[in-house]
Design a protein around this ligand. Sequence first.
Ligand SMILES: Nc1ncnc2c1ncn2[C@@H]1O[C@H](COP(=O)(O)OP(=O)(O)O)[C@@H](O)[C@H]1O
Ligand SMILES: [Mg+2]
Length: 243
Amino acid sequence: MNPHVQPILSIENLTVRIGPQTILQNVSLEVAPRSIVSVLGSNGVGKTTLMRAISGIYPVASGRIIFDGQDITNKPSHQIVTKGLAQAPEGRQIFFGMSVLENLRLGAGKRPYREFSESLEQMLVLFPRLKERLLQKAGTMSGGEQQMLCVARALMSRPRLLLMDEPSLGLAPKVIRQIFDLTQTIRAGGTAVLLVEQNARAALRVADHAYILDSGTVSLSGPAEQMANDARVRAAYLGGHAA
Ligand SMILES: Nc1ncnc2c1ncn2[C@@H]1O[C@H](COP(=O)(O)OP(=O)(O)O)[C@@H](O)[C@H]1O
Ligand SMILES: [Mg+2]
């Protein structure tokens, strides 16, 4: 990363324990403003735990999380959101019984109505599928549409950093491509994206920088293009082929 640019997110030697288990150990990573950083790793390596520690949902045992120059380590999650960090969580966690519009309203939190309606307008341009389904119940939409709603809901708080936890899960390749292309549009709008994924191929295609998480520690990191051509990454995460 350019040493003159202050990272929007900086994680320093993060250790997270759940009960007797150490789930993350000495994890360090940085996200530059207006960049897409992906954290790649197989099932169970600690990707969701990392997202939850950043969002203040899981306690941090040691290390620091600095967001936009402020130490947010172990701060309550509602405070972290108001600082400009939003999460599109694993499993989407949208409200199935509520309409698309109601879900988006919840994403805007306590913002004044004018800001809500401005953000809503932007989201409906970014996600035309949601515009057509504004009054439809979220649970009746396809998996891809639900993932779009999950991302749109997170963006309603106008974050400077969006955390995305396995957006590709359970989606068809074409839909995965659409969702991942959106991360580049989001970046162009000024929001940095931290994307955790098992689907290394899809994530490396859009990312600027990538980290490999292996049993709770970072085993490798570098520019996405370099990572996609790394023999170790190819063998372990890309089925032996270059991306
Ligand atoms: N709330 C929890 N209680 C107990 N164990 C947990 C909890 N959250 C995560 N873990 C454990 O931490 C490890 C990493 O899980 P997770 O972060 O969900 O991995 P990933 O998202 O990479 O699949 C797993 O062994 C999981 O069982
Ligand atoms: Mg996970």
